[in-house]
Design a protein around this ligand. Structure first.
Ligand code: SF4
Length: 559
């Protein structure tokens, strides 16, 4: 028999196999990636086996969208931001300013938010953090309880360690060096080894985030490593960190400068932020970016710099320009929106197409689409309308809800595309689920042709530096050819920007970027066992007594 399916795994691989589900069931729901869900449901059904060959499903509808092999029920279909950090020193409203700073950085993490505040030496740090958006975590009374002239804050998307309150930041401890609070953006690629080493020396960890390692290194009472600042040399990977001690606030950027961190000035006080858009919101002026490998110490004497790392090899994450950062931020002197417009222009020159309208996938596709339209002189129309008021949902995604979710964030103005040759510009295709849904939307609305243009090269490799696509098998471009992807998405054509065009769009040097998720050339070696839950997995190997046989008898029955 022929199995009519829209299942990518089945079609792309020309799957032949055994169909065991009961007759009458909708076939495209019965097969899932690598047959796992299929086998499970079939065993439960206990029906007879039947031979099949997978062919393409002929009728397309968003409600027949089969889960992509690159999209599990619990996963988002977009890359996730990593985290955002913010700090204020020397201002009477430091916690409140921090709160607004976190609002501006909300796009970098929506799982949890927190602020630690202090009035200085001898006063107990005050901390409030919780799960959810900044607006959900902080009520008026929470902010009023956070008194102090200095504060650090954090918004989190979990890239190492689960999304739990325990793992939310800032992390605050009391040590021989006084109280210390830490907020971290990035991933430490040597986290497991460092944690094991610290535990061997007696450290007790409370969380499963790599950021706690920074806290433990800072807290070490001996100065053999060069004190707290020298201890940063132990860290490998991506880290833009703000630290609050009792006398100072410290900002650190890893020697590759993978994640951004900038210094601003507000009155007599100082501000550190993951992105400059937060300075605009609180009225701070931009001073400069923290350099790769730089440690800035802000205290009552002002700001001083140290460079404790022996080797600096700049490798800034280029995906910050493509997708992560806000368009109104300036990264390394380049406004993100401008870089995106340039990417659109480069893309238009590389993959021109005759079309009637260019439409963006909001939000990060907007500027690239503008550049694309301007370059080719094609009308631009923001025909996808984003619903900005959704927030997080905790509803378990059934098939119906998953299909609904595809539409709930973006709705299409059908009149803008009916009967037209449409170019749709997006920032990336990671698993393919979103792009496919957009193409289906456009076809249903009567678009005559749909040409997909992507403002970065195909993602073929994992990111170990703080972005949530660690499994290459879930990256559509890693698994399938250009034509197979185009067929799966149902587009008339697909064109990606190339590496040189993407770099040219920033106006910066190619060798100053990390391009690893496109090229597979990693600027920093990493633990091959690394993934988001590496710390959780360690738990299974724990034992209180090293060798059971060596235990003394605690009591002897009948003795
Ligand atoms: S691998 Fe990609 S996403 Fe990760 S840091 Fe490098 S450029 Fe950025």
């Amino acid at each position: 028999m022929e199995l009519v399916t829209d299942d990518w795994n089945a079609i792309g691989k020309g799957v032949k196999g055994t169909r065991k589900a009961p007759p009458g069931q909708r076939i495209f729901r019965e097969i899932n990636y690598q047959g796992r869900a299929f086998s499970k449901s079939c065993l439960m059904a206990g029906a007879k086996a039947e031979k099949f060959t997978a062919v393409r499903q002929s009728v397309r509808s968003p409600f027949s969208l089969n889960p992509s092999p690159f999209f599990s029920l619990s996963e988002s279909h977009r890359p996730k931001h990593e985290c955002g950090v913010f700090a204020v020193y020397g201002h009477k409203d430091a916690p409140l300013l921090n709160y607004y700073g976190l609002f501006a950085l909300q796009h970098r993490g929506q799982e949890s938010a927190g602020i630690a505040a202090s009035n200085g030496e001898g006063e107990t740090f005050r901390l409030h953090k919780g799960m959810g958006l900044v607006s959900q975590v902080f009520a008026q009374e929470n902010l009023e309880s956070l008194k102090g002239t200095r504060a650090i804050g954090h918004v989190r998307y979990s890239t190492t360690g689960s999304s739990t309150l325990l793992n939310s930041q800032p992390l605050v401890v009391d040590t021989a060096r006084g109280q210390i609070a830490v907020a971290h953006n990035g991933n430490l690629v040597n986290a497991a080894a460092l944690r094991a080493e610290l535990e061997m020396r007696g450290s007790i960890f409370q969380t499963t985030v790599d950021s706690e390692i920074i806290l433990h290194l800072l807290a070490q009472p001996d100065d053999t490593m060069g004190g707290p600042i020298g201890s940063f040399r132990k860290l490998e990977g991506a880290f833009s960190v703000v630290v609050m001690g009792e006398k100072e606030i410290i900002g650190v950027r890893d020697p590759s400068g993978l994640r951004p961190l900038s210094l601003g000035k507000l009155g007599d006080g100082w501000v550190l932020s993951s992105e400059t858009c937060a300075f605009d919101l609180i009225g701070a002026s931009f001073v400069r970016d923290i350099k790769p490998g730089e440690v800035v110490v802000i205290n009552d004497q002002g700001v001083r710099s140290e460079f404790p790392f022996t080797e600096i090899r700049e490798a800034f994450c280029i995906f910050e320009y493509v997708y992560f950062a806000r368009p109104d931020s300036r990264l390394r002197g380049v406004t993100v929106s401008k870089a995106r417009v340039n990417m659109g222009r480069e893309l238009a020159r590389l993959h021109p197409v005759e079309a009637d309208v260019v439409i963006p996938v909001p939000d990060s596709g907007i500027y690239a689409a503008l550049g694309f339209a301007e370059e080719l002189g094609i009308p631009y129309d923001p025909a996808f309308v984003r619903n900005h008021y959704i927030g997080r949902t905790f509803i378990q995604p059934t098939q119906l809800i998953r299909d609904f979710n595809v539409r709930v964030k973006l709705n299409l103005i059908g009149d803008a595309v009916k009967g037209k040759r449409v170019v749709v510009v997006d920032d990336s295709v990671v698993r393919g689920t979103t792009a496919k849904a957009r193409v289906v939307n456009l076809r249903e609305a009567g678009a005559k042709e749909v040409h997909l243009r992507i403002s970065c090269p195909p993602h073929k490799h994992a990111c170990y530096y703080g972005i949530d696509f660690p499994d290459p098998q879930k990256l559509i471009a890693n698994q399938y050819t250009h034509q197979e992807i185009c067929d799966y998405l149902g587009a008339d054509s697909i064109g990606y920007l190339d590496i040189d065009g993407m770099v040219r769009a920033t106006g910066l040097k190619k060798n100053s970027f990390c391009l690893a998720c496109f090229t597979g050339e990693y600027p920093i070696t990493f633990d091959s066992a690394f993934d988001k839950l590496i710390m959780e997995r360690r738990k299974g190997s724990a034992q209180l007594l090293p060798d059971q046989s060596a235990q003394p008898a605690l009591f002897t029955p009948n003795a």
